[in-house]
Ligand binder design. Structure first.
Ligand code: COA
Length: 385
């Protein structure tokens, strides 16, 4: 869709509820083919990346447009290691946060507060914005893990001066180094969640970025958008559903049908762009089955498949990324309400890549609305109202 605004002509009007089908900008960061079920990060298929790269390589790819060589990857890993610790104020803030707070609200507050202690927060040079992308990617896992421990009455565990993002996050969460399998599965989940086009949170980040506001403001806004159950919050709702079916002993198919009869949505299904199987769900389905076998917890996978088959039969809808990630995180022993913060831990790379791209050639993002309210009213003096 070409924008046709000039100084003399009125802009072309494109009206679409929820902006469906509206192309707001060009991007080189990722491509989704919703008909074929393809997801491409900067030219590379998600299957290839999930099998053959680590999360840090994908972060570099998203930011820089090419996969790193060994030296570039070593440099990035060193930068991430150097940036993982939190400013004392932010750690104190996490100590003060109520133990029953929503972890996404805590993450959003903590990320916004990081700006106070970053002397580069308002430096809009590409170099400073790249450094902030790395800094945020390093610190978000530390925030999530520290808050999770504090709310359980445990002291935060300092990051190690070695190991990957996945390794460090699981280590900081549990105080124990993860096994090779847990690290690998978690790392692959981060790769799958790293980037996904102009979804609601990325769009939010770009809208805020387009005002030339700073990266922390844009990311705090994106976290707020991701929190919603129609976006990243769906993975929590999926696990709640699995647990409810399991604890009540309900028949999964019957449970789903009754929900649909009540016109309720089944979380983890449907997508604005994919009209076929989400490729990330396909990969996570395999991971969920492997983990279920290895950990002797088949019931979570079997239950998920029963739900999936029923939703397909009843509504012809396929699962999205949130559906099988729920059982995967559960079998890795991660608390349910951390699933969406973990989504943010991965997506920070995509959000920041989009912001770097936005600022390369910025134009304020500002759509319009049709006014359908009253007209021609006149003000009655307040005493007569
Ligand atoms: C992702 C989502 C918000 C996309 O929404 P959308 O493009 O605006 O599509 P709509 O919500 O308008 O849905 C279109 C139709 O499919 C149905 N539908 C979509 N997702 C559904 C779901 N998860 N369960 C049941 N029905 C669903 C709607 O009820 C609607 O049916 P109708 O035309 O008979 O009213 C939507 O599919 C959804 O709410 N899914 C559940 C939440 C989720 O998993 N989010 C994570 C996305 S990665």
């Amino acid at each position: 869709m070409q924008e046709t605004q000039t100084s003399s002509a009125a802009p072309q009007r494109i009206k679409s509820r929820g902006l469906e089908g509206v192309v707001a900008l060009d991007t080189e960061v990722s491509k989704i083919d919703g008909q074929k079920g393809l997801l491409i990060y900067r030219g590379y298929d998600i299957d290839d990346l999930a099998s053959n790269t680590r999360f840090e390589e994908v972060a570099y790819l998203l930011w820089k447009g090419q996969l790193p060589n060994q030296q570039q990857l070593d440099e990035l890993n060193a930068q991430l290691r150097a940036e993982r610790a939190l400013p004392p104020f932010v750690l104190d803030l996490l100590r003060q946060a109520p133990e029953d707070a929503n972890p996404m609200a805590v993450l959003q507050t903590a990320v916004a507060s990081l700006a106070l202690f970053d002397s580069e927060a308002d430096d809009m040079s590409p170099e400073a914005n790249y450094r902030k992308s790395v800094r945020l990617t390093a610190r978000i896992p530390t925030i999530i893990a520290a808050y999770d421990r504090l709310r359980k009455g445990q002291e935060p565990v300092a990051p190690l001066d070695r190991g990957s993002t996945a390794f460090n996050f699981v280590y900081m969460l549990n105080g124990e180094e993860p096994g090779e399998q847990a690290e690998r599965v978690f790392d692959a989940a981060l790769v799958l969640h790293a980037e996904h086009g102009l979804n609601a949170s990325t769009f939010t980040a770009r809208v805020i970025g387009s005002t030339l506001s700073d990266m922390y403001s844009a990311i705090a806004g994106a976290i707020g958008a991701l929190k919603g159950p129609l976006h990243g919050g769906a993975n929590i709702e999926v696990m709640k559903m699995l647990l409810e079916i399991d604890s009540s002993g309900a028949d999964a198919a019957q449970y789903v049908k009754e929900k649909l009869d009540r016109k309720e949505k089944i979380m983890g299904f449907g997508h604005r762009v994919y009209k076929t199987f989400d490729p990330r769900a396909r990969i996570l389905r395999e991971t969920s089955e492997d983990l279920a076998e290895e950990r002797g917890q088949r019931k979570w996978y079997d239950l998920s498949v029963q739900i999936m088959d029923t939703v397909k039969a009843e509504k012809n809808l396929d699962p999205n990324v949130d559906f099988f990630s729920a059982s995967v995180y559960y079998m890795l022993g991660i608390d349910t309400d951390l699933y969406t913060p973990i989504f943010a831990l991965a997506r920070i790379t995509g959000w920041t890549a989009h912001l770097l791209e936005q600022w390369e050639d910025n134009r304020l993002i500002r759509p319009s609305a049709d006014y359908v309210g009253k007209m021609d009213l006149t003000v009655t003096p307040i005493k007569q109202r």
